[in-house]
Design a protein around this ligand. Structure first.
Ligand SMILES: [Zn+2]
Length: 415
């Protein structure tokens, strides 16, 4: 992989098209100037054209010469790619479970493009997908595919309402841009304030986090003596802001607000105060931007990351394992018969584990809502039913360590 990265770096640094574009622009400028000159005085045409010939030829030659490193860079990159991926078989189409749902795939692609802010590409894609409606093909699990669900129909029948989603994502990108690039919290605070109730019901801290960052910004900015300033800053204004804006958060975030107010005592040397961590946090902006992104998507009923991206990444991780398994099955002439279940464990990174399960180490059964995992005071976890059996209602010993406890001391674990 390092070879490939090296080649990409090389391409980016040396073999980019900017010099060639400059050369071509020069040639165009030259032609335009000549045209203007001839248009102004047609008599000068022969001289102007004669003069132009050599200069124009030279510019084109330079453009050709500047293109050379790009060709050789691309060549080298192609070779590095071939070297890295040689002899890697492509997965066969035997287990293609998706060809029975082409409109779902189109929908996933359209949604991905919309949520990535690629609005132009998304609308072209939707338009073309509508023009050529997909034809579902039978697969082993879906021998008679037909479009059933309305959400599968919408893109196949051209009723997919992308405009509304597009507007919503455009709003999201505008607010994110203001946060990340312009360091302006106001649009995000306004958005959160309008949805204060929903966010609070979800247990979200977004609105408070945004207001806290606003306080910190006001506090840290150099005090401006100019009374005309629309947005005065400095510690005093930060305190005024806290009195004005943080009051509604008093009940839920009393401790955090106390910290902010106490920090103002150290206004002259905040970097040596116990509150230094709050005021010098480089990742604070990225954290609120991320948190805003997550809340925005969940209010739309969507996950914060694109499902298509997650599926493709997980698929890329799983592919080598599946190919290996396919080769082994071929060798042993066996078949993979379990439906909707993978025959091998795929080691996905922890952020790709969406449905955590817990298997009780005593009963070896998966926990359920009716039989939840319970943590004993020693920190060991077993299923409720196992705990009931072990304790019989009285004091009992943990099966994994010498500690004893009462069933009432065990706490339900929510995964
Ligand atoms: Zn224990």
């Amino acid at each position: 992989m390092d070879d490939l990265l090296e080649q990409v770096e090389l391409l980016e640094s040396s073999a980019n098209l900017s010099t060639s574009i400059g050369d071509v622009q020069k040639a165009i400028d030259m032609l335009m100037a000549a045209r203007a000159k001839i248009a102004a005085d047609p008599k000068t045409a022969p001289v102007t054209l004669a003069k132009l010939q050599d200069a124009f030829k030279k510019t084109l030659e330079t453009a050709q010469k500047d293109l050379k490193p790009i060709y050789s860079g691309l060549n080298k990159y192609g070779k590095a790619l071939d070297k890295k991926f040689k002899d890697k078989p492509l997965p066969s189409a035997e287990n293609d479970a998706l060809s029975s749902h082409p409109s779902l795939i189109n929908r996933a692609i359209a949604m991905h493009l919309l949520r990535e802010g690629q609005f132009g590409v998304a609308s072209t894609f939707i338009e073309e997908a509508n023009r050529r409606p997909p034809h579902p093909e039978p697969t082993p699990n879906t021998p008679n595919p037909y479009i059933r669900d309305s959400w599968e129909k919408d893109i196949a029948e051209g009723t997919f309402n992308s405009e509304k989603l597009q507007q919503q994502f455009a709003d999201m990108y505008h607010i994110l841009h203001e946060l990340r690039d312009a360091r302006n919290l106001q649009p995000a605070i306004q958005w959160a304030r309008q949805r204060s109730d929903v966010l609070e019901a979800r247990g979200s801290n977004l609105e408070f986090e945004l207001c806290r960052l606003q306080f910190i910004c006001l506090f840290a900015q150099a005090q401006d003596d100019d009374m005309e300033d629309e947005n005065p800053s400095g510690p005093l204004h930060a305190v005024a802001y806290a009195q004005r804006e943080l009051a509604p958060f008093q009940k839920r975030y009393a401790r955090e607000i106390q910290q902010l107010i106490c920090a103002t005592v150290f206004w002259q040397n905040i970097e040596h105060s116990p509150y230094q961590r709050l005021f010098y946090n480089d990742s604070a902006w990225e954290e609120v931007a991320h948190s805003f992104n997550r809340e925005f998507c969940s209010l739309l009923g969507l996950s914060a990351d694109s499902p298509l991206f997650i599926a493709a990444t997980a698929g890329a991780i799983a592919l080598p394992y599946l190919l290996k398994m396919q080769a082994i099955m071929k060798e042993k002439r066996t078949e993979w018969t379990t439906q909707d279940e993978l025959p091998v464990e795929i080691p996905l990174p922890s952020q790709y584990h969406f449905h955590s399960i817990f298997v009780c180490p005593v009963s070896k059964e998966q926990t359920t809502d009716a039989n939840p995992p319970m943590m004993m005071p020693c920190g060991h976890v077993i299923a409720q039913e196992s705990l009931d059996k072990l304790s019989k209602g009285g004091r009992f010993k943990c099966p994994y360590c010498p500690n004893e406890s009462q069933p009432k001391d065990a706490r339900k674990v929510v995964l």
